[in-house]
Design a protein around this ligand. Structure first.
Ligand code: HSE
Length: 436
């Protein structure tokens, strides 16, 4: 059997601890599968004294990830620290500079520095694997990077944040508040260290930016993503969506249009009978539409220790099975230097259906005025209803509109015109509808 693959793991949180356990428990089986043993020879984590329930005997401890990346005699540096900059970035750069392979789950790092790191890895002949960075255990990176080669992708979209999907599902099924559901997601280890990254959509945006590059061959451009989180979604929206035959999901969508690539992350209405609407809880789903293959939908666990560790393990095993001197898969699916410039499609040119919920004063002419504002902006309505679920005589009324496909620009103008009238009681809620 070949020499063992020596790995160093930086970060012993939920994912790192799961990974150590799996590698130790399945060491014999993995050695047979990979043709050589995978040996953890170094670790680094913030607190050395913390009891993680792990057996770290015989493993060299490094106080910082960077120190480990610079000094440890390892073949693979596993980065499970997180964060776009700081310790994780320094350590990954140090490892690649030594030509050491890197496996990372760090979507924020890749969204910000992915192209540069890919260039570095390719120049050094090192692998940079990151299956765990997008949609947890779902092997979407491998699918895009390898299996769909030659396909022209037109749209990629999905549920890529387990915390948000868990919250939206729990709110709908159990009628619990947003805050209570978020607390539970944190307790279960799904949420980021700062859960604002989850609920405000940044985490999904980082993942989407990576997928966009793999799907369309353009440079990573996370700053060009239109972003809306789920923190202002109410039980009332969820119920109204359901009454109209929809469910609300936080989707990341990247789409090729005539004017460029549209990348957006926002709460989205999907038809109740669509497969993606059935994706509940922490589960993620990614759909790819491409010309040769057609439609692909991958569904699976999107967050949590074991699911994420499974993807990290797959990446490590790929390195263990690879042989020096053999041409490797480019980090971002094609040589990093050949990625095209990113061309952004303006959000106001987005075309689709819209759900609009208005809370208005109960007085004559409001309905007619809303319909007029829509007509003035050439917006065709699929339905307009006074929503009786929350009706109180003389009190504020809820009016729900669903539009046919229209331009975002027209919706913004119509909503602005409606806001300038004095009958709105609070901010209008606008949720995009996605064809799935
Ligand atoms: N916080 C992330 C989520 C973890 O909820 O999906 C996986 O990236």
């Amino acid at each position: 059997m070949a020499d063992s693959l020596r790995i160093g793991i930086a970060g012993l949180g939920t994912v790192g601890s799961s990974l150590v356990r799996i590698l130790q428990q399945r060491s014999k089986e993995l050695a047979i599968t990979c043709g050589r043993a995978i040996e953890i020879i170094a670790v680094s984590a913030r607190d050395r004294s913390r009891d993680r329930g792990l057996d770290l005997a015989g493993i060299t401890w490094f106080d910082t990830p960077e120190d480990m990346a610079k000094k440890a005699e390892i073949d693979v540096f596993v980065e499970l620290v997180g964060g776009a900059s700081g310790a994780a970035e320094k350590a990954v750069r140090a490892a690649l500079a030594r030509g050491i392979h890197v496996v990372t789950a760090n979507k924020a790092l890749l969204a910000k520095h992915g192209v540069e790191l890919a260039v570095m890895a390719e120049e050094k002949g090192a692998l940079l694997n990151f299956e765990a960075a997008v949609a947890g255990g779902i092997p979407i990176i491998k699918a895009l990077r390898e299996s769909l080669t030659g396909n022209h992708v037109s749209r990629i979209y999905g549920i890529m944040n387990g915390t948000c999907n868990y919250i939206l599902t729990k709110m709908e099924k159990e009628g619990l508040s947003f805050e209570a559901c978020l607390k539970e997601a944190q307790r279960l280890g799904y949420a980021e260290a700062d859960p604002a990254f989850d609920i405000e959509g940044n985490d999904t945006a980082h993942k989407l930016a990576i997928l966009t590059t793999l799907a369309f061959g353009s440079k990573i451009s996370a700053d060009d993503i239109y972003l809306e989180g789920i923190s202002n979604i109410t039980i009332e929206d969820i119920q109204a969506a359901s009454d109209l035959g929809y469910r609300i999901k936080l989707l990341g969508v990247a789409h090729v249009t005539e004017s460029g690539i549209e990348q957006r992350v926002h709460p989205t209405m999907v038809p109740l009978d669509s497969v993606i609407a059935q994706v509940d809880g922490v589960t993620n789903a990614v759909a790819v539409e491409s010309d040769i293959l057609g439609e692909l939908l991958m569904v699976g666990p999107g967050a949590g220790g074991n699911a994420t560790a499974s993807a990290v393990l797959g990446d490590i095993a790929d390195i263990a099975k690879s042989r020096p001197g053999v041409q490797q898969v480019p980090v971002l699916g094609r040589p990093a230097k050949s990625l095209s410039e990113y061309r952004r499609a303006k959000m106001k040119s987005h075309e689709g259906g819209y759900f609009i919920r208005l809370t208005v004063k109960d007085k004559a002419g409001v309905f007619a005025s809303i319909a007029t504002r829509m007509a003035e902006n050439n917006i065709s309505l699929e339905s307009i209803v006074q929503h009786s679920r929350v009706h109180t005589e003389g009190g504020p009324q809820t009016i729900i509109l669903v539009t046919h496909a229209t331009m975002e620009d027209a919706i913004r103008k119509a909503v602005k015109a409606i806001k300038s009238e004095k009958y709105l009681v609070n901010e209008p809620q606008v949720i995009r509808i996605e064809r799935t």
